[in-house]
Ligand binder design. Structure first.
Ligand SMILES: C[S@@+](CC[C@H](N)C(=O)[O-])C[C@H]1O[C@@H](n2cnc3c(N)ncnc32)[C@H](O)[C@@H]1O
Length: 288
């Protein structure tokens, strides 16, 4: 098993607190809104945990958290992980943690050549492929009526805006997306990285020398061209240890109740205290 994905800090923990608290609401209070199957779709699933270098700890990630507390609520889990070592670490980590058994082998679809780890109870499929292709395939070929809780958590500019559009056009979806604000800002300033910005933003309509605030505002405005998901929410995430790097957690859905619940979760006073506790720290409660 390879090492866990490495590189997180306090904002990693804050992101996971928001995800988990929203999953709580989604699977309990909001559950009555969804008549159909519920699927959890995680486009950048990682290795199961994130290694936090400066703390020397492995923080449970989105895949572990979604299965640990919510496996009875979701009818299916789809995880995508492009890196082959990460893929193997993920299915081995989930197998060890939850006593699950995965059947690992080729996908078995014409013209496709990637590995899948399959577990049938609970129903889990881990796909070792680019989620931009995999999620679009799922959106176009699988059960249309299932409601998707979709978590998009890239590192760098690897989540294409066109994939988001495919998922939004499919409908029946709540999306939490970790927008790489500083990554977009830095790439916009470097000509060789403009293709990546274009893929992330969906077009060329962005400044080359904007601020962090500009790039998240423009991203949200573009999403809000789809009236059904207006207003799109976001939460600025910056760690006190490294204020040079900012993410914004973006939330899009069509349900007013869900949006209001997420607004409360994102803007709660206790968020950073909870994130600090996840990291085994205290004393950061005043940080916003
Ligand atoms: C930030 S980590 C994910 C962390 C995870 N969500 C968690 O909470 O533990 C990003 C992961 O996405 C994977 N990745 C990068 N590009 C990808 C792509 N196009 N499709 C699927 N996975 C990708 C990387 O290998 C890495 O493991």
């Amino acid at each position: 098993m390879c090492e866990h994905f490495s590189g997180g800090d306090l904002k990693t923990a804050a992101k996971l607190v928001i995800l988990e608290e929203y999953l709580d609401v989604y699977t309990t209070i909001l559950d009555s809104n969804w008549d159909d199957d519920l699927w959890y779709v995680d486009t950048h699933a990682g290795t199961g945990k994130t290694h936090i270098d400066e703390r020397g700890i492995d923080l449970d990630g989105s895949a572990i958290r979604s299965i640990e507390h919510y496996q009875d609520f979701f009818d299916r889990f789809y995880f995508y992980e492009l890196d082959e070592d990460h893929f193997h670490t993920l299915h081995e980590t989930l197998a060890n943690r939850f006593g699950l058994s995965f059947d690992v082998g080729p996908v078995g679809v014409d013209d496709e050549d990637f590995l899948v780890a399959r577990c049938d109870d609970p129903y889990i499929r881990i796909m070792q492929t680019d989620s931009n292709d995999g999620v679009s395939f799922l959106a176009n070929h699988a059960n249309n009526s299932a409601h998707w809780m979709t978590f998009i958590d890239p590192k760098g500019l690897t989540a294409k805006r066109s994939t988001l559009d495919t998922v939004l056009e499919r409908g029946n979806v709540d999306i939490i997306l970790n927008y790489q604000t500083t990554g977009v800002m830095r790439s916009a300033a470097a000509e060789h990285a403009h293709d990546a910005v274009r893929r992330t933003m969906g077009d060329d309509d962005w400044p080359e020398a904007g601020s962090n605030d500009d790039y998240i505002r423009i991203y949200k405005e573009k999403l809000e061209e789809n009236e059904e998901i207006r207003p799109v929410l976001s939460k600025r995430l910056v760690s006190p240890d490294d204020e040079r790097c900012r993410f914004d957690l973006v939330f899009a859905c069509t349900n007013d109740g869900a949006r209001s619940a997420m607004d409360d979760i994102m803007n709660q006073d206790e968020l950073w205290e909870k994130a600090s506790e996840e990291m085994g720290q205290s004393g950061l409660s005043g940080f916003m």
